[in-house]
Design a protein around this ligand. Structure first.
Ligand code: PXG
Length: 308
């Protein structure tokens, strides 16, 4: 067993031990059937495992309501269509299954992972030899970033791993092939940072490994456009709406590292992080070196949107 597996087993059993009589082994939904976590299995011949051939979504629920479920499901369906994968059933059915899984696990504030694999087939790339896509719904406790990140802001670095060229593997597809982001994450972690900034092949700012990026200068908010080669984040869309509703100008424009270094404020958006300030990039303080007022205002507005 690898040390990571050992650590995760140890923490699993610690979790069970600490939760006493009600051992929290959440049920996992596979193709509409609920399995105990330990018994939730798919084939080693599944092309999701063999080739990363599949798509996924990461969602969150707040007080029992899944945030922008429709938007996430539409993106899942778009990702699937982009790789010529037909998801069995309808968006409405999957919507119902997500809620059924949350209810079965008595979870209200949860992290939800949807995975659709190509299904098991023969060894060899041909997706036509796979017949049974697996639709998996994992719901679990959400592990939040430490409060300290929101109070003091993050330090991030620009990494040398270039975001996938859109003509090669479009970053708009949330595919099971996340090695591009993982390589960038490894570089970031080696530099002591939990998030890392990726540029596109043109040297423009793209996004972070699991978050979109926004810059603020002279009160105007800017974020890279979709054609910079980024995921159209659900949180990104929500924050653009919130900022515009509050009367702020939001521009989707191509940005460079120069724009990053001279920004007055920077923040990231993502399902897990929500809205999180960045105060240092590549060792350089951004603005005052503290979370800025527009970032703090958007954190408050996003909090209100998700919790009220
Ligand atoms: N860019 C990339 C590359 C992402 O993977 C985002 C931006 C933000 O998108 P949303 O829709 O979440 O605002 C993502 C999202 C995980 C995890 O478990 C990753 C994401 C979302 C949720 C969970 O690592 N990435």
């Amino acid at each position: 067993m690898s040390s990571t597996a050992a650590t995760s087993r140890a923490s699993d059993s610690a979790e069970r031990a600490s939760s006493g009589a009600k051992a929290m082994s959440y049920k996992v939904n596979i193709n509409g059937t609920l399995f105990d976590k330990e018994d939730a299995r798919i084939s080693v011949y599944d092309h999701g495992l063999l080739y990363g051939d599949g798509v996924f979504e990461g969602l969150r629920s707040y007080s029992g309501r899944v945030f922008r479920l429709r938007e996430h499901l539409e993106r899942l369906w778009d990702s699937a269509r982009a790789i010529a994968l037909t998801i069995p059933g309808t968006i409405e059915e999957l919507e119902e299954q997500v809620y059924a899984t949350l209810r079965a696990n008595q979870l209200t504030d949860a992290y939800i992972r949807l995975v659709v694999t190509r299904g098991s087939g023969s060894l060899g790339l041909d997706p036509n030899r796979c017949s049974n896509p697996q639709v998996i719904i994992i719901t679990d406790k959400i592990s939040l970033y430490p409060d300290e990140y929101y109070q003091n802001g993050l330090a991030i670095v620009t990494v040398s791993t270039i975001r996938n060229h859109p003509a090669s593997l479009s970053p708009r597809i949330k595919s099971l092939n996340y090695l591009n982001n993982i390589l960038a994450k490894i570089e970031g972690l080696q530099a002591g940072c939990v998030e890392a900034l990726m540029l596109n092949v043109k040297g423009e700012v793209a996004e972070c490994t699991g978050d979109n990026i926004f810059l603020v200068r002279d009160g105007v908010i800017s974020t890279p456009p979709l054609d910079a080669g980024i995921l159209e984040g659900v949180t990104r869309d929500a924050v653009i709406e919130l900022a515009r509703e509050s009367g702020r100008e939001v521009r989707e424009v191509s940005l460079t590292k120069h724009d990053v270094y001279i920004a007055h404020e920077i923040f990231l958006t993502g399902t897990a992080a929500e809205v999180i300030p960045v105060v240092k990039v590549d060792g350089r303080p951004i603005g005052t070196g503290k979370p800025g007022p527009i970032t703090l205002d958007l954190i408050k507005r996003f909090h209100k949107l998700t919790r009220e």
